[in-house]
Write a protein that binds this ligand. Structure first.
Ligand code: GLP
Length: 243
């Protein structure tokens, strides 16, 4: 069962993540952080960047693996997850960008890119701490409902709901949102030594309730957190309202 922490706002959640991550970096300067996009982790990254700066923590050897990437979108596109991770995490923290990997969404190589990505995570010794957001339908990474709980990194089709949810990053035009992605599998995510899932707002309440109190099912991919020995779910009152 995942541990649930109810906080009053995103900043408080961010401070919890930042304290935990800063401690990890101090004890293991070449630790491996699992990184996520979306709005949910932003306050956490901000809090961590502030702490790193204030305490002069050396992050030059910290490594990172992102969860997912759009398929067929130029990595230099401002909404690619490569660009997003650079902008929201790598640059504010002052990480070495060469030590941070994002799945390769290039359509020419996507059939083998997933296996290579999982092999790279293993070769790095595995992810120490994975931060996660959650989709309104319970997806983690881009593992939409129905995804195998044992899945590895692979190409997936985005659901209509996720494309609608993400249209805000593409000039509010759902037609501009890519149709496919490459995402770490649920099996990949579960291999991380620690998971921290962040969810805020009433829109996430149902997904959070299914995640924490529902049966473990591929129809709520985040419910796989119940299988993990060290998973923490940090939510505000609104996201906790159906618990
Ligand atoms: C996208 C990402 C997920 C993220 C989700 C929720 O689909 N692939 O990793 O958790 O959005 O985003 P937000 O945190 O903005 O609600």
């Amino acid at each position: 069962m995942a541990e649930v922490i109810i906080v009053s706002n995103e900043d408080e959640a961010g401070r919890i993540y930042a304290d935990c991550t800063a401690q990890l970096i101090k004890s293991k300067p070449d630790c491996v952080l699992g990184l996520a996009t979306g709005s949910s982790p932003l306050a956490a990254y901000k809090a961590l960047a502030a702490k790193v700066k204030a305490e002069g923590i050396d992050v030059s050897r910290v490594r990172g693996f992102a969860l997912d990437e759009y398929a067929g979108l130029d990595p230099n596109h401002p909404q690619s997850y490569r660009s997003t991770i650079n902008r929201t995490v790598v640059e504010p923290l002052g990480m070495n960008p060469d030590l941070v990997r994002v799945p390769n969404g290039n359509l020419d190589t996507i059939a083998t890119a997933g296996r290579e990505y999982d092999a790279a995570i293993e070769a790095a010794g595995g992810v120490d701490l994975q931060i996660l957001g959650i989709g309104t339908d319970g997806h983690i990474g881009f593992n939409e409902p129905g995804s195998s709980l044992a899945s590895g990194t692979r190409i997936k089709t985005l659901t209509e709901q996720t494309r609608i949810d993400n249209a805000r990053f593409f000039e509010d035009d759902v037609n501009k949102v890519p149709t496919h992605c490459i995402t770490q599998g649920i099996g990949t995510i579960l291999k991380a030594r620690q998971l921290v899932l962040l969810a805020f707002g009433a829109g996430k309440a149902e997904a959070v309730a299914e995640t924490v109190e529902g049966g473990i099912s591929s129809f709520c991919p985040a419910s796989a957190l119940q299988l993990h020995p060290h998973a923490t779910v940090i939510v505000d009152e609104a996201a906790a309202s159906r618990l």
